[in-house]
Structures are given as C-alpha cells and as structure tokens.
Write a protein that binds this ligand. Sequence first.
Ligand SMILES: O=C(O)CCC(=O)C(=O)O
Length: 273
Amino acid sequence: MDRRHTDNYYFSEAELSTYKEKGYLIRKKVFSSEEIKELRISLNSALCTIRGLVPSGDRYFLDGKQFVDIGTTTVQFEHFKGSEDIRVVEPVSGLSVSLDALMESPRIVDPVKSILETEIISIWTNKINLKVEKRGSGFDWHQDSPYWIHDHHDVGSLPNVYLAFDDTNKKNGCLRVIESSHTKGCLPGREDGTQLGGFFTKWEEIKSDLEVCIEMPLGSLVFFDPHLIHGSEPNTSSRPRRALIMTYQAGNYPMLKTGKIKEIRSLGVSGPE
Ligand SMILES: O=C(O)CCC(=O)C(=O)O
C-alpha cells in the first residue's frame, strides 16, 4: 500500500470521520501476500508453542465450551465435544518475535494514534482467531466493551484492529458489523440463564438492516470501535479463516491479562514497517 501523507499511515480527516460515524473503517491490502505468507509461518510457530503447553494448563468449561489457561494465556477450543481444534488464543504478545514486531508496525498503530488522538499508546490485548476449514464456529453478536468494563478506566477508547490472514467472504465466516451501533455505548446483554449470555448483545438491539459483511482480501485491516456490535458466521468453506485482532489503549497502561505494560515505541520514518 502507498504511504499516506508521504511518511506515515495516519487516518485522513475523511477516514477518521467515517470511522467515527460508522464505527469502523476498512483499509484493503495493507500487507502484501508475501508478507502474509511470512506472518503465517510465525503464526504457526506460535500455535505450535501453545499446543505444546496445553497439557500443562488449567482446563475448564463455560456453557460446555472448553478453555485452557496457560499462565496468562487463554486457549479456547472449538465447541464440539472433545475437539482439539484451537479457536482463539489470547493474548498473543510474547509468543512470536515477528508477531510482536507486527503489532508495532506504523501501518497498524498510526491509524490507532489518529483515533486516540495521541502519540503515546500501548497494547491492551490481542488474539488469534482461527476458524478452521469446514468446522470453525462463528462469533455471536457482541460488543467488546462489556468484556472489559471491569478492567479498564475508559472502555470506549480501546480501538480494535483486525488483520486478515486469509481472503474473507461469507462462506468462510467473514467479520460482520452492525454499522453505527457503537453510538449507544455499552448495550444490555442477554438474560438467557447461560454463563456467557450476558456478553452477547440483546437481540432487540441488533438492527439487521444495518449489517455489513466485510469481505476483503488477505492483508487487509479493519479498525473498529469497542462498542461496535460485531460477530461472524461459521466457516463452511474448505479453507481456514485466520485473523489477528489487536486492541490498543492511550498511554502506558498495563495489558488486560498480563498486567505488563507493552508500550508502542515511536519508530520514526526510517524504522521497520
Ligand atoms: O473473528 C471473528 O470473526 C470475530 C471475532 C470477535 O468478534 C472477537 O474475537 O471478539
């Protein structure tokens, strides 16, 4: 992708106003196919490390869904009984030098600085979402802010960046958003008697006529607001749909799960991209 404003990737005024109005903004093909190919190797090696640690972790179930905590890393498995398919790993920081460097790339963090209107930002959390081919499950409609409300002083200021490791489309369960749904702040969760129901947005709040399916090529980024209602359908295709979702905060504050500060260094124009 061409550099914007010649030496940085900050949002233009038009992009920032679209982000504020709609709650999300897409930048297509920010990373090339070659770069994504390399990053997939790092992703696989991080997953290999995690898989090796799973037997030593603490296993538990919520609503019948299997989770394993390994120190401050949580691994979620696919929902069918006995599945060994990893669905989510959170956080990813510290598992791969290349992925850690990626999360400081100006292509990712400059727009976040535009959103947060500050040069000083740090990592809040990050995760790998792996929707394996044919059976990777969907993500029910939710906002991210209710998950974080008890852990952060300014839960509306935690922008997410979704990086596509594969082309995304309806068949492989692309990200879906409810446009402009972020404007109402934290919405009520479902009272359905389940353990996790409270994290999913009440059906009455889902305006399906405003649903947008984000189909885009690999290497693309979606920046989205923590209050934006989003989710996705299962992957019914014969290819995986992998993504890295990175969440940032203003200032040098500790990360969600590790409690460690991961500041984003200012890399300047000659630094790595
Ligand atoms: O990866 C997706 O399709 C959605 C993920 C998501 O909403 C989440 O991890 O909070």
